[in-house]
Write a protein that binds this ligand. Structure first.
Ligand code: EPU
Length: 428
């Protein structure tokens, strides 16, 4: 298992290309199951999770071909062509689903296109229990019969296929909204999703579905209306920029007192992040190439609660906490989405951070310096939080279990090296 060795203290400076968004790419790829015509996705990040989704789709009958580099001159990202002439297997096996929870995104498309699906239950994960009850309730409202058997969800569409319905989600869920959006696109009649998630990744998926022939209104709002069609066709779609990767590099600039241009960052999708970082004293300017971020005038403490979009993203909570470890005063960070997403706290404490957790809130008292240490995390964003702390810490930080970072950050060490960080990947 590889680890990342970071010698902290370098001010990062320069330009870094923002990759395509993992959390947009995964549902976009799953959407290819809905049509027998090819879906061409540009700006897909090169990540382990993308490869896992490609494996899963391949298992269902999708021919996945890489068409080479994006051609955007950055050397990052790729173009993928996905074509599913027929669904050859409607089971998403445990072996693949356990590697990546987002595998659940094939449930809606399989059910809509093939009339049946058998998907392994994803189980809990490092950041919480993460049930899928909302996905199942929503699909049941579209007429699916759902049963649980031997660790698998068995879903069957009624004779004549799924039918449109009004679905009210009890809680805002990105994945449930995506599954329902895809399934309803091929259902008979009209579906309305109330209390839908509004994440930009869902808008990206919706736009791609519209390009494939779906009829969707209200994307980006909490009420999405879908008029089902009988068939979806070919499309060519560019994956949106990764707002979480961009935010993570913004914090890399801020925590090292550096100056970084985030090439291709989409500011409109990052408003809550930009607001919090500005409150923390980070300078952020929109430039034609993306966003320019600079730190260096001290870090101010902030109060922040994670929220569904357009609120501050839970996927940036660990990285923000790393920054607040070095703030001039006490911050309060509340995690309101996942019940167990503070696994980085004790590791940050091992680097000298002063953090007290009470329930869903962490009080972070800024310290003058962090000290490098061997650390490891149990999830992707927590690992990034630790890497960011390492960039600012005195001495050497070793981030173990680098495979977490490889799931969500395209060629992390290469991008950090470009910005002048002293980092190396070594086989542990
Ligand atoms: N929830 C339920 N029942 C459900 C579904 C969700 O109770 O059926 C709960 C969850 O347990 C959680 C909350 O609702 O407390 C929100 O979960 P959501 O369904 O929105 O999350 P997700 O779709 O499983 C996606 C991202 C996550 C990101 C969350 C929240 C992808 C592939 N994953 O997960 O990304 O944290 O939305 O924004 O899009 C990451 O990239 O590191 C990551 C974990």
């Amino acid at each position: 298992m590889d680890k990342l060795i970071i010698r902290g203290g370098r001010r990062l400076s320069g330009k870094v290309p923002v990759s395509g968004a993992k959390n947009a790419a995964l549902p976009l790829m799953a959407a290819s199951l809905l049509a027998d015509a090819p879906l061409r996705l540009r700006n897909l990040p090169r990540l382990v999770d993308i490869a896992t989704m490609a494996d899963l789709l391949n298992h269902h009958g999708t021919a996945v071909t890489l068409e080479g580099a994006t051609g955007n001159g950055t050397g990052f990202g790729r173009v993928m062509r996905l074509e599913t002439p027929a669904i050859v297997d409607t089971t998403a096996p445990y072996d693949i689903v356990r590697r990546m929870r987002a595998s659940i995104l094939v449930l809606g498309p399989l059910l809509a296109r093939a009339g049946t699906a058998r998907v392994s239950l994803p189980g809990g994960c490092a950041i919480g229990t993460r049930p899928i009850d909302l996905h199942l309730k929503g699909l049941a409202a579209l007429g699916a019969e759902i049963a649980l058997e031997e660790g698998y969800v068995l879903a069957r569409a009624p004779r004549g296929g799924l039918r449109g319905a009004r679905v009210v989600l009890d809680k805002v869920s990105v994945g449930a909204t995506e599954n329902l959006l895809m399934a309803a696109s091929l259902a008979r009649g009209e579906t309305v999703i109330e209390n839908a998630a509004r994440e930009p990744e869902i808008v990206d998926l919706g736009r791609c579905l519209v390009a494939m022939g779906a009829r969707i209104e209200g994307l980006g709002t909490s009420r999405i209306e879908i008029a089902g069609v009988t068939r979806l066709g070919a499309a060519d779609h560019r994956t949106m920029a990764d707002r979480i990767e961009a935010g993570s590099y913004a914090i890399a600039a801020a925590i090292t007192g550096g100056r970084v241009t985030l090439l291709g960052a989409e500011a409109a999708a990052m408003e809550a992040q930009i607001e919090i970082l500005r409150a923390a004293g980070v300078k952020i300017a929109t430039v034609p190439e993306g966003l320019e971020v600079s730190g260096g005038d001290g870090i101010r403490p902030v109060t922040c609660t994670t929220q569904p979009y357009p609120g501050f993203p839970t996927d940036m909570q660990a990285q923000l906490m790393a920054l607040m470890c070095l703030a001039d005063g006490a911050s309060v960070i509340t995690e309101a989405i996942f019940e167990n997403r503070f696994m980085h706290v004790l590791e940050l404490a091992r680097m000298g951070a002063d953090i007290t957790v009470a329930g869903a809130s962490a009080t972070v008292r800024g310290v003058a310096r962090l000290a490098g240490a061997p650390v490891m995390a149990t999830d992707l964003r927590a690992s990034m939080g630790l890497a960011l702390a390492g960039l600012a810490a005195d001495g050497v930080t070793e981030v173990h279990r680098l495979y977490h970072l490889d799931r969500g950050y395209e060629r992390l060490e290469e991008k950090l090296l470009r910005l002048g960080a002293d980092v190396a990947r070594v086989a542990a």
